[in-house]
Design a protein around this ligand. Structure first.
Ligand code: G3P
Length: 249
């Protein structure tokens, strides 16, 4: 049971297995994805399609929360994770408060042309309700959402997630300016597109995902990128600590 401001929400112990693991491994921030259920509840899950994680034909966006909360998304991974549930963003914010920062990615599947009452507004309202504005980075591959962040929640840091089709040859710094975002998040495989050796953008405004090799971690740290996403936060911490001690003794 997690309590906050007199209200309490039930979250099964094993809802946060991956997030607890990230904390244990020394991550500074957790990247997570948000989708809206059919009845408009922001939930935290990467896949909209339920086949891979639950063996169910269907989508989160076509399912009401009452059904979504019953879905077991742990058994596919290991029997010991049976009954792992899909948490709401509200539950995750309560869990994260005073523990860790969050990079909340708004999934394109829930972004619409209508800004009012949309996923961006719902997510920002929740962040404010839990006073997590300083501990959240908003991001989206959908440039409509990226543009709305600065209008709806200018006090919350935001990043544009690079998408080739929507960028039409624009530079990284051009995209940041155009969509009024603070950071430029990019897949490491695309780094060459931005002539990383002579980038048009200050490396300190870049975050790179998903980097699991020691060699690339070291290279990016030396370039001075602001953030690195990894499935191996323990390895990243080890590489970063070594770089710091070599540089500053
Ligand atoms: O947030 C960017 C990165 O984690 C990759 O995106 O949608 O596969 O989580 P996604």
């Amino acid at each position: 049971m997690i309590a906050h401001r007199g209200a309490s929400y039930y979250a099964p112990e094993n809802t946060f297995a991956a997030f607890n693991k990230a904390l244990e491994m020394g991550a500074d921030m957790i990247e997570l994805d948000v989708l809206l259920t059919k009845d408009g509840v922001p939930v935290v899950i990467h896949d909209n399609d339920l086949e891979r994680l639950a063996g169910i034909q269907g989508k989160i966006t076509d399912t009401d929360y009452e059904e979504v909360q019953k879905i077991d998304v742990g058994s596919w991974f290991a029997a010991s994770y049976k009954d792992e549930r899909i948490p709401t963003l509200r539950e995750v914010l309560i869990w994260a408060k005073d523990k860790i920062s969050l990079n909340i990615e708004i999934k394109a599947e829930s972004v619409t042309d209508k800004a009012e009452g949309g996923i961006e507004e719902k997510v920002i309202d929740l962040i404010r309700e839990y006073e997590m504005e300083e501990y959240v980075l908003l991001s989206s591959f959908d440039y409509r959402a990226a543009e709305r962040f600065s209008h709806l929640g200018s006090e919350i840091a935001s990043a544009i997630l690079y998408d080739k089709d929507q960028s039409r040859g624009k530079t990284a710094s051009g995209l940041i300016q155009m969509y009024k975002c603070d950071y430029f998040n990019v897949n490491w495989r695309y780094l060459t597109l931005f002539s990383f050796h002579k980038p048009d953008i200050n490396a300190q405004l870049m975050m790179v995902y998903t980097v699991n090799s020691r060699r690339l971690m070291r290279k990016l740290i030396r370039k001075g990128v602001y953030g690195i996403f990894s499935d191996r936060p323990d390895l990243l911490k080890e590489v970063a600590d070594k770089e710091i001690s070599e540089r500053y003794g």
